[in-house]
Design a protein around this ligand. Structure first.
Ligand code: XMP
Length: 315
């Protein structure tokens, strides 16, 4: 049986032993990096530098929530808006693995620059077991290179420390609960963010569309789950498909993008089945997306593929 109390003691002790000097941790506000930040804060105190990088690929209001969370935790948070650099680096790139590599690489370069400014030698990462299992080791074929593992460039100047490497998600949640972290039980969000929820080339405009659509999907599914209409899925979000189709907006012809709704039930993200979201909830989501997105989106579709054969994300 997993014992969070023992895990925390040992992790703090290990961090003290491994890290002689200053360490950087990148904070997304998700459960993994937040648990890591709290453990590292206990182990290192002032020698921990918590950093939040706004990539421009995050969910609506996300950076503000991260700032608030760290204020509550009493951990000083550094903030950098680097969205311009991310969009520039992704210009013209369509391949999903290429996107992950570019984003992973840019993250690391930003961390290195920050580390150099502050005399930091170590980088703490919230990698958990499924991340590296799916990123492939000698025995397993690579499915996707999750950015916090496979997307890392080989010539990193920082020493990597991964305190949650052997844990599964439910165990990380137990640690978070044990530590009393004020994180609302957010659904998982991939490191490369909306870059892999815009199929094909990523632009600021497309990210703004999918971010807005995603927030509508989240709001409506959460409302329906809270009122008992449906079980809350493991993950639920929007994907922008760069296929333009004809529609009618007001009394004018419109020519906009396609939004796919993805909602999936799973236990550990390794497999899953598409959620049986009630038709009236889907109807409401589609209507809201059409009304609120103007002529930018002319079609909304629902993804009915299980994992396998599909993956949860579209890229
Ligand atoms: P897939 O799409 O592989 O997703 O079925 C399984 C889980 O992993 C998340 N995911 C990622 N997380 N970087 C991440 O940090 C990534 O590149 C990435 N790709 C997928 C996905 O959201 C799901 O929870």
């Amino acid at each position: 049986m997993f014992d969070p109390d023992r895990f925390v003691d040992e992790a703090v002790k290990d961090l003290k032993e491994q890290i002689k000097g200053k360490a950087l941790i990148a904070c997304s506000g998700g459960v993994d990096s937040t648990v890591c930040a709290v453990l590292a804060n206990r182990a290192l105190g002032e020698n921990l530098y918590a950093l939040h990088v706004n990539t421009g690929l995050l969910r609506k209001g996300e950076s503000e929530e991260v700032k608030k969370l760290f204020e509550q935790l009493g951990i000083k948070l550094y903030y950098l808006d680097e969205s311009g650099r991310f969009f520039e680096a992704l210009k013209g790139v369509v391949d999903p693995e290429e996107k992950r590599k570019i984003i992973g690489e840019l993250f690391i370069r930003i961390f290195e620059e920050f580390a150099e400014r502050h005399g930091i030698e170590y980088l703490i990462q919230g990698t958990i077991a499924p991340d590296w299992i799916e990123s492939g080791d000698e025995l397993r074929e690579t499915i996707k290179s999750h950015h916090n593992v496979g997307g890392l460039p080989e010539n990193i100047k920082l020493k990597i420390v991964e305190p949650l490497r052997d844990l599964y998600k439910d165990e990380v949640r137990k640690v978070a609960q044990y530590l009393n972290l004020p994180i609302s039980e957010r659904q998982p969000f991939p490191g490369p963010g909306f870059a892999i929820r815009v199929v094909g080339e990523v632009t600021r405009e497309k990210v703004e569309i999918v971010r807005e659509a995603c927030s509508i999907v989240e709001e409506e599914i959460e409302k329906a789950s809270e009122s008992g209409k449906m079980e809350r899925p493991w993950q639920y979000f929007a994907v922008l498909i760069p296929v333009k189709t004809v529609g009618v907006h007001g009394d004018k012809r419109a020519y906009g993008y396609t939004i796919a709704i993805r909602a999936i039930d799973s236990v550990d993200a390794m497999s899953g089945s598409f959620s049986r979201v009630p038709y009236d909830v889907l109807d409401r989501i589609a209507t809201r997306i059409s009304n609120e997105m103007g002529d930018k989106v002319t079609r909304v579709v629902y993804d009915i593929t299980n994992k396998p054969p599909a993956t949860i994300e579209w890229e």
